[in-house]
Design a binder for this molecule. Structure first.
Ligand code: R5P
Length: 312
């Protein structure tokens, strides 16, 4: 492992440290600060010539700062003669604008993919993309991991019987089906309509939920609006208990307040793909670590081993 170097920006140093712990390597040193007017200033503090470099930086809030840091650190690593740069982006931000679904809107997921490639990344390692086809927006290799195994292991420890996996919208069916298959559970889908970027409304439930223990699965929770709508719809339809397993805990605006008010939600499990601040701590939020999964993928990429078994 002497050719490997793991760096991070300011987005999630703790996850980078946990990944290094798994890999049994030291986190490499870089200065990532600001000039007086706010521009990002970077200096790689060790020799990376000929190194296989992994840069851990989710593009989570503050998304613009974290994205810009990612691009500028990649540029610095490229100009320092790294042999290969892998952008490790546990949460890929700007992914929700992934198609032209109305006139005169951007496709930010494609724009960000172009920026990362232009900056000089040779490959990308990411997890639970908002839409799997975002992989195709990159012309460099993308390893797309799934947190499903981590959540399934956790749910199995709870020993819940009579389960139904619920997708809070039609776009999440594929993900929900993967959970249902692994848990041997039923599948239900909520017909969600988005009224505005901050407000969603649950219309109908497709599938049997009455008397069942429901697990809502999703790629991300931002305001919590989609989740609360889904919880209320499931409660009205007679679900026995309701939990959620959501990979990226963005938890923006009044998400924590919304969860607080939603007594019907037994527990929300998220991962540490995004830093979980003290202010967001909540007795009904459980955080599961993805450091081992990302660390193992990094180890295999470095040794040119297959990572496909990690996709299961
Ligand atoms: C939607 O397609 C996503 O999968 C999430 O359900 C959604 O983005 C979550 O946003 P919010 O928590 O603000 O409803």
């Amino acid at each position: 492992m002497d050719k490997i170097a793991v760096f991070c920006g300011n987005a999630h140093p703790q996850l980078a440290k946990d990944i290094c712990k798994y890999l049994k390597v030291k986190l490499s040193e870089a200065f990532v600060g600001r000039f007086s007017e706010g521009e990002i200033r970077v200096k790689i503090n060790e020799n990376v010539r000929g190194k296989d470099v992994f840069l851990v930086q989710p593009t989570s809030p503050p998304t613009n700062d974290n994205l810009m840091e990612l691009l500028i650190i990649i540029d610095a690593l490229k100009r320092s003669s790294s042999q290969r740069i892998t952008a490790v982006i546990p949460h890929f931000g700007y992914a929700r604008q992934d198609r032209k679904d109305q006139p005169r809107v951007p496709i930010t997921a494609k724009l960000v993919a172009n920026l990362i490639t232009t900056a000089g990344a040779n490959r990308v390692l990411t997890m639970d993309l908002h839409a799997g086809q975002i992989q195709g927006f990159f012309d460099i290799p993308v390893d797309h991991l799934f947190a499903v195994g981590i959540f399934i292991d956790y749910l199995n420890t709870l020993g819940i019987k009579n389960l139904v996996v619920v997708s809070p919208d039609v776009g999440g069916i594929k993900m929900a089906r993967a959970y249902a298959k692994r848990l041997g559970a039923g599948l239900a889908i909520i017909d969600k309509r988005r009224i505005s970027p901050e407000k969603a409304e649950a219309m109908h439930i497709l599938g049997e939920v009455e008397g069942k223990n429901a697990v809502i699965v999703d790629d991300l929770i931002a305001t919590g609006g989609s989740l609360i709508e889904a919880v209320n719809a499931l409660k009205d339809a007679g679900a026995n208990s309701i939990r959620a397993a959501i990979t990226h805990g963005v938890l923006s605006n009044s998400a924590i307040e919304n969860i607080n008010k939603c007594a019907s939600l037994t527990e929300l499990a998220i991962t540490d793909s995004i830093p979980f601040s003290e202010q967001k701590k909540h007795p009904r939020i459980k955080v599961l670590s993805v450091a081992g999964l990302l660390g193992e993928a990094i180890r295999r990429i470095h040794h040119e081993e297959s990572v496909s078994s990690l996709f299961d």
